[in-house]
Ligand binder design. Sequence first.
Ligand SMILES: N[C@@H](CCC(=O)N[C@@H](CS)C(=O)NCC(=O)O)C(=O)O
Length: 199
Amino acid sequence: MSELTLTYFDFPGGRGEASRLALHVAGVAWTDDRFVGEWAAKKPTTPFGGLPVLHVAGRGTLSQSNAILAYIGREFGLLPEDSFEAARHAALMNAVEDLRAEAATTSRPDEAEKRAAREAFTVGYLARWTANAEKQIRGPFVGGTEISVADLKVYVALRSYLTGVYDYIPTTVLDERPKLAALMDAVAAHPKVAEWLSR
Ligand SMILES: N[C@@H](CCC(=O)N[C@@H](CS)C(=O)NCC(=O)O)C(=O)O
């Protein structure tokens, strides 16, 4: 058993996938624990009732996806050392959580209502979010030439839009966002990320 165990649901996306990618990019030994059991029983054993969690041998269990990413980033050189730059990266990661929360409000049981909510979200919140995020990217990565946990978080979150996970949201949402599009390409082309994606 390695010192680090990342526990998340068994699918290649969501809040836990960025941490899996970060640990892989860091090149450290870690255990990829994919939870497949009875969630209702497991939920109360986690610090705040959700996954991902990162168990650090001898220290304890961390929760909250952005705290986990910040820890990995600081431990393994995937966040800038400069405090202001690190906070700027943290702000973008928090903005991704805002985006997730807003996107979640568009899920409706009624198909016509869902369509209307998703179309409004696309031209409203999502368009503003991507325009704002563009301004945070030095290029090709958030901090310039070095990949960070913020890049991985943005990548995993936006990949779901580009691959059509959300019906009624066109996969062209980054066509007029050159910096975000370049970030997506640069993350995917990073050798360790490409290795992870080809598994
Ligand atoms: N703010 C938390 C949210 C954690 C969260 O809600 N995770 C989801 C999966 S992405 C989950 O555990 N859902 C099951 C549940 O809440 O019971 C974070 O960023 O980690």
